[in-house]
Design a protein around this ligand. Structure first.
Ligand code: SF4
Ligand code: FES
Length: 225
């Protein structure tokens, strides 16, 4: 007979009380609880209302609920719970503010540094992206940060922009209406840029939207002389 409960172990850290993190175990009913986010909401509502986590859309769209669970990164609102123990951790490589809430600032800082927006000029006026199909996966990124956390280089090298930033760079390299292609390539070709990526493909595995950041990085490398 199927067990009627889920076993959940959650990373807990309260900066006002704790000197280091701990894992707290909960046993919660299966009924009405299917995903990691369902479990977190249940625990907050029925077991401990101090549990901190982020979530908004609950539909895999906003990217705010990314966590690590059972050996992989993903969106808490989409990750199914499994039989046996479910261990939920915050995103790695980012400072923990409290429990599963991390400070996304290092991620945003890197992302903003590569100018993730179209820059037009009179020279590129009237031009457009070359092929809409080529953009499809690139514009599916919801900026959840899972690839940033899964990447071994972002942890080692604070100057490395990270997979999501490179996806945005590659998106604009495929757009003839963008006027700063040269500047974009110069930004990412330095010693801390795309060539620091060792093609571990952890970002591809972590990405809940199948954006394939590693392929984007390879494409950028091909554009650099
Ligand atoms: S590339 Fe994928 S994993 Fe990385 S931020 Fe975008 S959606 Fe998240
Ligand atoms: S709550 Fe928005 S992606 Fe999960």
């Amino acid at each position: 007979m199927k067990a009627k409960t889920w076993k959940i172990s959650v990373f807990r850290f309260d900066p006002l009380k704790d000197t280091e993190h701990r894992f707290v175990k909960y046993t919660i009913p299966r009924s009405g609880v299917r995903t990691v986010l369902d479990a977190l909401i249940y625990i907050r509502d029925h077991e401990d209302d101090t549990l901190a986590f982020r979530a908004s859309c609950r539909q895999g769209r906003c990217g705010s609920c990314a966590v690590h669970c059972n050996g992989r990164y993903g969106l808490a609102c989409e990750m199914p719970l499994k039989s046996g123990k479910n261990t939920i951790r915050p995103l790695a490589q980012l400072p923990v503010i409290r429990d599963l809430v991390v400070d996304m600032e290092p991620f945003w800082e890197k992302y903003e540094s590569i100018k993730p927006y179209l820059v037009r000029s009179s020279k590129t006026a009237g031009r457009n992206y070359r092929n809409r199909r080529e953009l499809e996966k690139k514009i599916d990124c919801i900026l959840c940060g899972a690839c940033f956390s899964a990447c071994l280089m972002t942890g080692k090298n604070p100057a490395f922009h990270g997979p999501a930033a490179y996806v945005a760079v590659n998106r604009f390299l495929h757009d003839d209406s963008d006027a700063i292609t040269g500047q974009r390539l110069a930004m990412v070709k330095g010693e801390n840029g795309v060539f620091r990526c060792h093609n571990m493909f952890n970002c591809n595995e972590a990405c809940p939207k199948n954006v394939e950041p590693a392929e984007n990085i390879l494409e950028i490398k091909k554009n650099i002389d």
